[in-house]
Ligand binder design. Structure first.
Ligand SMILES: [Cu+2]
Length: 472
């Protein structure tokens, strides 16, 4: 075990979080069970419009994105996953707080599901919000060929809006005949910014997505970055939407006055008040590479006269999450090294976490080789983790099994998230409660980085005498 950290005693942390302050959501189940069948299989879909040939893809239930998994907070979902691909797979339910055995990580929480086999996932939905699902085997290829979908968990009292729209943004690398380029194990991509596609898709179709609105309307926008590697920098021309949730979890609302970085894995929920004039239209653009902008959406106003505007939006009801208790928190450091331009990178281990790579002989490992956990935490303790990015590349770091607050540049602690973008040669501190027992993944959500070294685990050991995760 390369780095092992134990708490001195579970008592202080158990007292700090306490059963009295335990989130209520786990016990607030509706008792309703919703059944779904998700079949991962090859399909042929038209991604570029009718003037172009269709593309051979991999898809859930013959759709890109896969079916929206829609339920209400407190429901239980039961998904029969049928693997009809030619390679092994699993499904990870990104951002959902669920029992470890349902987390969909091959070799850690379950054996990989072989071609032709089924696996049943069943878990309650403690939190309302926007989440998503995707395979955790050869993620770079399985997401890259089209396997992902959105999860919408509705609030018990949903906000008053005229429409509730999801934009699942992704990209795909197509050749001239609209075939997906099969070069998923490119050493260059793994060591640089990952595999960046040449076509940006919104809800599985080439952007921009046309959003038809009437002046005065209020639209809820749920945006997901489902790309395997591409970071977007989104700008809403002519509008200043209200940010109401990050990574599914409601935040204190604030207005978008500038473009914002939006990494793979991230979700953002916006309230868009349609303040434009009838017959006007406005673009939503990705300007991450200023010389290569992508049109994401077109907000197109009808000729109808404006409808009456609503009162200011006051925010969504927060999810009941464990609040980090910083006094006496366990403090750990995670050092990221390697990649192109680094003398630490080798062909076998392009990336390193705390000095270790996860590959074993191949630069692109299908499952991720899983050495001993990077950290061991006592269940219920608060963890402060300083992520030290000593590479020349962006890394959106995703932690399974917890939601964290990230330290903002002004020193304050920001809203709850499950993935944080760590800039080149910068550090990012996060704080979370190790809430649920098991081995959980930490990885970069640039899938090509994840599978070439930036993937590890932390263990939450149930050492406390007092169970801190409330029973159902
Ligand atoms: Cu990365």
């Amino acid at each position: 075990m390369n780095r092992r950290i134990f708490l001195k005693s579970g008592l202080a942390s158990a007292a700090a979080i306490g059963v009295a302050s335990a989130p209520l959501a786990w016990s607030a189940r509706s008792g309703r069970v919703r059944d779904h069948l998700f079949i991962a299989q090859p399909a042929r879909l038209n991604l570029l419009g009718q003037d172009y040939p269709a593309t051979d893809v991999w898809a859930f239930n013959n759709m890109i994105p896969g079916p929206v998994l829609r339920a209400q907070q407190g429901d239980t979902v039961r998904i029969k996953f049928r693997n009809r691909l030619s390679m092994m797979s699993t499904i990870h339910w990104h951002g959902i707080r669920l029992p470890n055995a349902m987390d969909g990580v091959p070799g850690i929480t379950q054996p990989p599901v072989k071609p032709g086999e089924d696996f049943v996932y069943e878990f309650p939905l403690p939190d309302a919000g926007t989440f998503w699902y995707h395979p955790h085997v050869a993620t770079y290829e399985q997401i890259g060929r089209g396997l992902f979908g959105t999860i919408v968990v509705e609030e018990k009292n949903p906000p008053d809006v005229d429409d509730d729209i999801t934009w699942a943004i992704s990209d795909v690398m197509l050749t001239r005949d609209a075939t997906i380029s099969p070069n998923f194990k490119s050493l260059h991509d793994a060591a640089h910014a990952g595999r960046l596609g040449n076509i940006v898709l919104v809800n599985g179709e080439r952007g921009p997505n046309v959003l038809d609105v009437r002046a005065g309307q209020r639209i809820r926008l749920r945006i997901l970055n489902a790309a395997s590697a591409r970071i977007f920098r989104l700008r809403f021309h002519g509008h200043q939407p209200l940010v109401v949730a990050h990574d599914g979890h409601p935040c204190t609302p604030y207005r978008l006055t500038d473009s914002f970085h939006f990494s793979p894995g991230n979700r953002i929920d916006l309230i868009l008040d349609c303040t434009g004039a009838p017959n006007s239209s406005f673009e939503v653009e990705d300007e991450f590479f200023p010389a290569m902008r992508n049109k994401i959406a077109l907000i197109k106003y009808s000729s109808r006269s404006p409808q009456a505007a609503r009162k200011p939006f006051e925010g969504l009801e927060p999810n009941a999450l464990y609040e980090p208790v910083l006094a006496g928190a366990e403090t750990v450091k995670m050092v990221l090294e390697g990649g192109a331009l680094s003398n630490k990178a080798t062909r076998e281990a392009i990336w390193l976490m705390n000095g270790k790579g996860n590959s074993h002989g191949s630069h692109m490992d299908t499952h991720g080789h899983h050495p001993d956990p990077l950290f061991v935490f006592d269940q219920g303790c608060t963890v402060r983790c300083l992520i030290d990015n000593r590479t020349a590349w962006f890394h959106p770091m995703h932690f399974h099994g917890v939601v964290f607050r990230e330290r903002l540049p002004n020193g304050e602690w920001g809203p709850f998230k499950d993935s944080t973008l760590v800039w080149p040669f910068k550090t990012q501190e996060i704080a979370f409660v190790a809430e649920s027992a098991g081995d959980w993944m930490i990885h970069c959500h640039v899938a090509e980085h994840q599978h070439s070294g930036l993937m590890g685990t932390f263990r939450v050991a149930s050492l406390c005498k007092t169970p801190v995760v409330p029973k159902a």
